[in-house]
Design a protein around this ligand. Structure first.
Ligand SMILES: [Cu+2]
Length: 129
């Protein structure tokens, strides 16, 4: 499963929905002398309601360590669903610092924190259950 593609697709869907809603809404207000509609379309990237594709998503997960590659700096986890990222359960590799890969071993059941950004997923904290 390609997380990056899924995340981007969800992001675009949300962005499109946000923009569509904005466009349909009545824009002019009699009392507001600031430009009502024209500035809106040129400023989509800064709309607070739009998800920022570059922002890291913080998530927590639970699973089992299935592989550790200290040389590559990765840990593979058979993890349960992660609602923050809209992921189903799966087995996948994440980047992990030595402090993470040294803290657990294959077969351990773990709770972990993730930082997800684009196609990069990194385990930022891990603890045996
Ligand atoms: Cu996954």
């Amino acid at each position: 499963m390609n997380h990056a593609r899924l995340t981007i697709a969800l992001g675009l869907a949300a962005l499109t929905a946000a923009c569509g809603k904005k466009a349909e809404a009545p824009v002019a207000t009699e009392t507001n002398e600031a430009e009502p509609a024209a500035t809106m379309s040129g400023d989509m990237g800064n709309m607070s309601m739009a998800p920022d594709a570059n922002a890291a998503i913080k998530a927590k997960g639970h699973g089992t360590v299935t592989a550790i590659d200290k040389a590559a700096g990765t840990i593979t986890l058979d993890h349960g669903p992660i609602p923050e990222a809209k992921w189903p359960a799966m087995t996948m590799a994440f980047k992990a610092a030595p402090s993470i890969t040294d803290a657990v071993k294959v077969g351990d059941k773990v709770d972990f924190d993730l930082s997800l950004k684009g196609s990069d997923g990194e385990v930022t904290a891990i603890a045996k259950q």
